[in-house]
Design a protein around this ligand. Sequence first.
Ligand code: BES
Ligand code: MN
Ligand code: ZN
Length: 527
Amino acid sequence: MPSTPSPAPLSAWPPTLPSQVAPPEFAVSAALPHAVLGVDVVAVPVLPGDAAGDAVVLGPGAAELAELLDLDLLAVLEDEDASGKPGEVTSVPVPLGLPDNASVRRVLLVGVGAQTTDDLRRAGAAVARATRDRDALATTVPAIGADDGLEAFVVGTMLGSFGFHWRSGPPPHRPVGRVVLAGLPDAERATPALERAVAIGGAGWRSRMLCTVPSNVKNPPWLAAQAETLASESGLAVTVWDEQRLQAEGFGGILAVGRASATPPRLIRLDYTPRKAGRRTPTVALVGKGITFDTGGLSIKPGEAMVNMKRDMTGGAVVMATMAALRDVGCPVRVVGLVTAAENAVGGDALRPGDVIRHYGGRTTEVTNTDAEGRLVLADGLAYAVAEVEPDVIVDVATLTGAMKVALGQQVGGFFANDEALAATLHAAAERAGEPLWRLPLSAAYESKLSSTVADADNAPGGPGAIVAALFLQHFVGDLPWAHLDIASVGDAPDERDEWTTGPTGFGARALLQWLGSEDPLAGVGS
Ligand code: BES
Ligand code: MN
Ligand code: ZN
């Protein structure tokens, strides 16, 4: 008999995720990087050349480092052909540490271009990749811009650090543990900007994490449990509808899509009330598509088209992550977040092509393609929001149509709106957040395509796919100011680029927070 006791067997089912890496911690310091103790990397900005004819110019903290190292850093940059373009990193090893700061092992010279928010976000992401597996960084890169430059740098650093793993051993890499924003003498001014940045970056991280979790863990009840956890952390009220309650209240779209799955559908509601809310405080409703896996149903997808469908709940993840961060960005309006969660599966009990379903509130749909399931669950969510939340504005977010990817490629999301002020505000907020959205038309000319011989509408009457889907949804919002974000194009990043990491993106939470965290998000809307 062997004498060594065998380890307790880990149960094979249900599968459990290992612990995950966390984004870096951030702090503000008035000191320059060389004087920040306990860091192993320091980073200073490199600006493109000025009118005097210099190839590049070094930012704050560089002169002190050059002196301590007894090294001409401009000559190093010249030798490397550095131009100061955003995200360019020149790495200088410091094997023996700095005098009086022995832990420093590396100096990074980081290009910041014209120091726009896009440039600083890109610089932050580049710094994140150059410092992974390190303990701590001190940097003056965000000290050269305005407050929104600091925000962009921090968001870029956080999201460029994103990681998720389910390996048997430890994760292959860890984000740098701590980032000290150095050379900022006015900590009182920098701290609120940093807190807002961490809230926005954290929302992007949470959204990306939820989208990345595999669907053998992430089913509708799991998503609802995540909502309950984040609600208690963020001071939100939460309500979850189980399948019996969905049945009793007439959510025919959510039930139809979810009926063949071994895990039942859910409707999730999160309520945010601002601290200074009064009787006249307006309400925004956010509705997210939460398909935890999209096989297409009986109108089944080919294998290659199904591979990425664990992230067909991106809209729902965006709504959840946005809701969790509203308090930290000081959102001044009430917000109600709804996530219509279902798995679009196949089975003997599945929704069939030709079936007619009855949505919340009574409108009917003929299902000619079970793969056009997103609009079926969203219709229930929108109808519920209009009837029960009575919002001033309604915005839905969904990975709705493959047509959007054909139109816009993988770096721009699409949106539709029936209100000019809302369209302009969302467009600007998305641009500022680094999650660009392009507006498409709600062309009434295609309205006749929706007609069905047996029901109020046909769910899949052909192209133009993205516009017809938006027109289908419009029937459920009546005359309310409304925007529909179709983010199917941007749900996956094909490769590592700036703050995007290969795989699910969680695209949209930063854009919504840039909007809802502004001073007067509903200015001019509905007038
Ligand atoms: N989830 C898909 C849309 C999608 C496609 C997202 C590719 C991300 C990448 C959606 O449910 C879907 O299948 N839409 C169909 C609709 C069609 C059947 C009318 C589509 O776009 O092909
Ligand atoms: Mn589908
Ligand atoms: Zn789908």
